[in-house]
Design a protein around this ligand. Structure first.
Ligand SMILES: NC(=O)c1ccc[n+]([C@@H]2O[C@H](COP(=O)([O-])OP(=O)(O)OC[C@H]3O[C@@H](n4cnc5c(N)ncnc54)[C@H](O)[C@@H]3O)[C@@H](O)[C@H]2O)c1
Length: 343
């Protein structure tokens, strides 16, 4: 079974609006989720959508009220997300960071009391689409044990960096968890009743496991051994106490929808116009990309381009278990969603 990108967007908007979410927020959530599926991050696409509905039902995602700017300087701001949709709060925070960067050269925005926001790369792209460099760092509910330990005390703490380019064939972005894989890959394997590959996770006793549930109860390994762990450690603090959010095992609610979310985000936007100059920066960016391609090298972002082309042409695959979850969600609001899907 599959769904087209257009239908996925309409499906998410229709369901969210039936659950009381206003259109401007529903359309942002739909856009981020479909971007995740388009780029091949199915773990953070439609597959994560049922989690958000559970959060609305539990009251941990608030459909009333709005985010607040708590503190502001020419180049920085602190945002209280007031437990609105993470997608909506982070888009608004990124808009603010871009505005500040265009005025001062740099815009840094911290967010607390927001919610899970899907793929980090959507937000860094908002900056690169406006000729700026976008960086996003977040922490999450623990999934990774400290190097040398057994108990999960660090999140999968993603980082994304998007770089502007003048070449329409280039998309330059790295969007990655600091764990060897995102938690979503274990959740997806569990939903599909599949094993995970060896070398991704340990059970709660610290033994290697291919059982996704045992990995979720234990820990996911860092990418790149100590170096991935060390980055996750730093991001725990930069996206935690620095922005009035929790860190370590005090971070909750990114994978458990019935608990108020305590994670944080740090958004950094740099406007090259205030440094080397935008034209000059992009000239050297594109020259570097050409040099890498001449060596048959892969550019961070190439895989996303390949996935976007594939999914525009062939649609997004939807497994049976996910279809059933979506149908159950729709039935509660007496919506018929069958026409959105095709075999
Ligand atoms: N919202 C959250 O709390 C949260 C937490 C963790 C991760 N995430 C998201 O999960 C998603 C998946 O993260 P991940 O680390 O599992 O991703 P991944 O390991 O599949 O890929 C990481 C990055 O490396 C690139 N890449 C990997 N292999 C490649 C190859 N062979 N050729 C070219 N490029 C390649 C990908 O395109 C991507 O930019 C990301 O979008 C991330 O933002 C979100």
């Amino acid at each position: 079974m599959k769904i087209s990108i257009e239908n996925e967007t309409k499906l998410i908007e229709e369901i969210l609006e039936a659950y009381g979410v206003v259109h401007k927020e529903a359309s942002i959530v739909a856009d981020v989720i479909t971007d995740g599926d388009l780029k091949g991050f199915s773990t953070h696409g439609l597959g994560r959508f049922p989690q958000y509905i559970k959060s609305i039902e539990a009251g941990t995602i608030k459909i009333e009220g709005d985010y607040e700017i708590e503190k502001e300087s020419a180049s920085s701001a602190m945002i209280n997300g007031n437990h609105k949709f993470g997608h909506y709060v982070t888009v608004k925070a990124m808009d603010l960071a871009v505005k500040k960067a265009s005025e001062t050269g740099i815009g840094i925005v911290g967010i607390h009391d927001s919610n899970h926001y899907g793929i980090a790369g959507y937000y860094s792209d908002l900056a690169s689409l406006q000729d700026m460099i976008g960086i996003v760092i977040s922490n999450t509910e623990p999934a990774m044990a400290p190097f040398g330990g057994k108990k999960a005390l660090l999140g999968t703490n993603p980082i994304t960096i998007s770089i502007p380019t003048d070449d329409i064939h280039n998309y330059i972005c790295v969007d990655m968890a600091t764990s060897i894989t995102a938690r979503g890959k274990l959740l997806e394997a569990k939903r599909k009743n599949e094993e995970i590959p060896e070398g991704l996770a340990l059970d709660k006793d610290g033994n290697p496991t291919t059982d996704p549930q045992a990995g979720l109860e234990g820990s996911i390994l860092p990418f790149g051994g100590f170096k991935g762990y060390a980055l996750a450690f730093m991001f725990e603090l930069l996206a935690g106490p620095l922005v009035s959010a929790a860190c370590g095992d005090k971070v909750e609610g990114t994978a458990t929808p019935d608990v108020m979310c305590t994670k944080g985000d740090l958004l950094i936007v740099i406007d090259p116009e205030h440094f080397a100059g935008s034209m000059q920066f992009k000239f050297y960016v594109d020259q570097f990309v050409r040099e890498i391609r001449e060596e048959n090298g892969v550019i961070p972002g190439d895989r996303e381009i390949a996935m976007i082309n594939e999914h525009h042409a062939n649609g997004i695959p939807v497994d049976e278990a996910l279809y059933e979850q979506l149908t159950e969600i729709a039935n509660k609001k007496e919506l018929d969603i069958t026409a959105y899907f095709e075999e």
